[in-house]
Design a protein around this ligand. Structure first.
Ligand code: SAM
Length: 275
């Protein structure tokens, strides 16, 4: 009995040390590989990609379910991720119209924007960190598509597109400079970044009297914990960042870039052009 107890302690210690070394490995790789990459490789289940693949393969039965730390469950209809130009918000249509030269579509999802640009004869590369999304974009006919998180991209472009709350990919306010600096390094001279986001402070409004319950000690209001589920499967919680225009503009200035508002959307959203 005593021997068994000692043996179990040793097994437990080995398991603990193995786990510890994985964690240390993750931290030590953090400088060369981004948190997004690490999270994706180690923890993400690619539920988003699975849902896109189901839709693409004709197995559409239910939608994605989203929620955040400040909002109730909502549906993200799968057909929306396969929208054509006429179904896109005006703000996205404008971004496509302004795109020129060699274009990078970051977080391309099912490839709807890339497909439109490609059909117009423009040169576009689509990247996404979701395997399923990349498979779908390929199946839909996007010619230049790569499974690659933004921070691992190294080519240079005339236009970089980040659409459907493009700032979400930055995850947290403290990471914005890192992403902007990287995006800047991917721009050709006279290049532009077209990105959309929203001022979500309206989400903190109290329905009854219009007052706000925003707690300023809780950090920036656009930093959300985002939860995704599909067919009873829950994705690992992720961080998703909404930036109001003034904050984005200030962040751009700190990395030596200029940010102008191209247009407002219909619901606290906007399209910005960063050069
Ligand atoms: C809200 S979806 C938008 C998809 C597409 N742009 C659209 O408008 O339909 C965000 C996409 O960004 C991808 N993504 C998230 N983080 C990323 C990163 N660091 N690098 C590249 N893609 C990323 C997700 O896999 C997802 O496909």
């Amino acid at each position: 009995m005593l021997i068994f107890g000692e043996l179990w302690k040793i097994i437990d210690l080995v398991l603990h040390l193995t786990n510890l070394s994985k964690v240390l490995d993750t931290i030590s790789r953090k400088t060369e590989i981004t948190p997004t990459d690490v999270q994706h490789a180690l923890y993400m289940k690619d539920i988003f990609g699975k849902a896109l693949l189901d839709y693409q393969n004709g197995n559409y039965s239910v939608d994605l379910i989203t929620s955040t730390n400040i909002s109730e469950e909502d549906t993200l209809p799968l057909p929306y991720l396969f929208r054509d130009y006429s179904e896109m918000p005006k703000l996205e249509q404008k971004a496509l119209q302004l795109s020129n030269g060699n274009i990078l579509d970051v977080g391309s999802g099912a490839g709807s924007h890339s497909l439109w640009l490609q059909e117009k004869g423009l040169k576009v590369k689509a990247i996404d960190s979701s395997e399923g999304a990349i498979a779908v974009a390929k199946k839909r006919g996007v010619l230049n598509v790569e499974l690659k998180p933004l921070l691992e991209e190294t080519e240079t472009f005339d236009t970089i597109l980040l659409l459907m709350n493009g700032t979400g990919i930055f995850q947290e306010l403290t990471d914005v400079s890192k992403y902007l600096k990287h995006l800047k390094s991917l721009l050709n001279p006279k290049g532009q970044i077209l990105i959309d986001s929203s001022d979500i402070s309206y989400m903190y409004e109290d329905d009854d009297d219009g007052g706000q319950w925003l707690d300023l000690n809780q950090g920036y209001p656009g930093e959300l914990d985002y939860f995704l589920s599909y067919k009873e499967e829950k994705e690992t919680p992720m961080k998703w960042l909404y930036l109001d225009f003034e904050t984005l503009k200030t962040a751009c200035l700190t990395v030596g870039m200029k940010c102008e508002k191209v247009m407002d959307g219909e619901h606290f959203d906007y399209l910005a052009r960063i050069t």
